[in-house]
Design a protein around this ligand. Structure first.
Ligand code: ZN
Length: 416
């Protein structure tokens, strides 16, 4: 449906929801369900900063603010972001950085990290002359934490329903094939959460999805397993959703795939190799602790309001379950066999087996590991991570580890 730029009439509704300030921009009845964004820009100064996104068509947008840390969230329908690489990386005015991408199927999101509490003003969609689409823009102005809190409820109450991402794209129900072990492959990040970035803009979310798909192919081809994935496309899936999928499928093994990145001062040039992480309440070392902190921040990055302390009890009880040791022992077994199988295929980190409190590994029913395939910050690792041949090889090693692990478990089980 074509949009007649001359007929654009926007209405802006300010709805003061208990927790959040919502600004709704409705492109009236003809608002497109999908659009593409070709340009994004931040302008202004540290008192009033404007965010502008040029779209191919008018859409319905929802803008709200979050605290801890201070962010502005813009929810959009299906927007394809055709923006130049590196867009959003530079600080300007009240905006530190911003990122964009799919938050769920047919739901896009922009998250702007701000330097402090801001209020949204003058949000509008206006026609760009000569039929060049729609400019969606709003201003952010500084406000003090107290009025930010009053307007947005950035306080202690619960997470508003809007903060739960819509249901993740889920694979169709597959009947459980008799007797085959079920494996959940979990490619980290996705959509708006790009994960780590290499010097040449290789994104962790893309690397791990490619390896996950290859691993899925190889495991499926063996005919020995029921294979599931937490995501099969470039879409955000929250950590809770990943855990829920694993529980729902009652999988026998959970493999989370990631790729790390270090800053220059932490040895970006020299530190390389794969690391296998298992769950532990106490991190094995400082680097492992930092790693878990980084990976656990995925929900924050995607603009989910993570309330401090929320779910702590649940997490603790799951950890307590793990103290029963069986699942933890199986995770350790799998980690050991993984290291053996990975060694001939790729470089391993100096201490390749570590442990930390990764939220996505907090599963009481399934042995789980998180594999950091390598370092996107290291030039040699980056070359490997980007190579289809290497991806095939590493997926082969993980498949061999899965085979060895289940062969041992079957052999070791008391039998009927
Ligand atoms: Zn990651």
């Amino acid at each position: 449906m074509g949009i007649n730029a001359g007929s654009i009439g926007m209405r802006t509704v300010l709805a003061a929801v208990a927790m959040l300030m919502h600004v709704w921009l409705c492109g009236s009845a003809w608002a497109a369900e999908s659009a593409s964004a070709r340009h994004a820009e931040v302008s202004g100064d540290q008192y009033r900063t404007t965010f502008r996104l040029d779209l191919s068509a008018g859409v319905t947008a929802e803008i709200y603010t979050l605290a801890n840390p201070y962010r502005v969230i813009v929810d959009l329908p299906d927007v394809a972001f055709n923006l130049p690489e590196g867009t959003g990386q530079e600080a300007h005015g009240l905006v530190r950085t911003f990122r964009y991408g799919l938050f769920a199927e047919r739901k896009a999101r922009v998250v702007l990290d701000t330097t402090g509490p801001v209020r949204i003003e003058r949000a509008a969609m206006t026609a760009i002359p000569d039929g060049k689409g729609i400019a969606f823009a709003f201003d952010m102005v500084t406000t003090d934490p107290a009025s930010f809190g009053m307007g947005t409820g950035a306080g202690k109450s619960g997470v508003p329903p809007e903060e739960k991402p819509p249901a993740a794209p889920q694979e169709p129900e597959k009947p459980k094939t008799s007797g085959k072990p079920a494996i959940m492959i979990d490619p980290g990040h996705g959509g708006i959460d790009g994960g780590a970035v290499s010097v040449s803009n290789l994104l962790e979310k893309d690397v791990v999805l490619a390896v996950a798909k290859e691993l899925g192919r190889q495991l499926t081809a063996s005919g020995r397993y029921d294979v599931h994935m937490t995501r099969e496309s470039d879409v955000f899936v929250s950590l809770d959703q990943r855990l829920n999928l694993s529980t729902k499928r009652s999988v026998d093994l959970f493999i989370s795939l990631h790729a790390d990145s270090l800053s220059e001062q932490h040895g970006a040039q020299v530190v390389r190799g794969a690391t296998v992480y298992t769950l532990s309440e106490r991190a094995s070392d400082e680097q492992a602790r930092r790693m878990a902190e980084k990976e656990n921040a995925s929900d924050l990055i995607a603009g989910i309001n993570v309330v401090d302390g929320e779910g702590d009890d649940e997490v603790k009880s799951i950890l307590f379950d793990l103290m029963n040791r069986e699942t933890a022992n199986f995770s350790a077994d799998f980690s050991n066999v993984l290291i053996r199988k990975l060694k001939p295929a790729t470089a391993l980190a100096r201490e390749p087996q570590r442990a930390a409190a990764f939220k996505v590994l907090k599963q009481s029913h399934a042995p789980s590991v998180l594999i950091e395939l390598g370092y996107l910050s290291n030039p040699e690792d980056e070359k490997l991570l980007g190579s289809p041949a290497w991806r095939k090889k590493i997926a082969g090693s993980i498949t061999a580890a899965v085979d060895a692990y289940f062969a041992k478990r079957t052999a070791g089980s008391p039998g009927p």
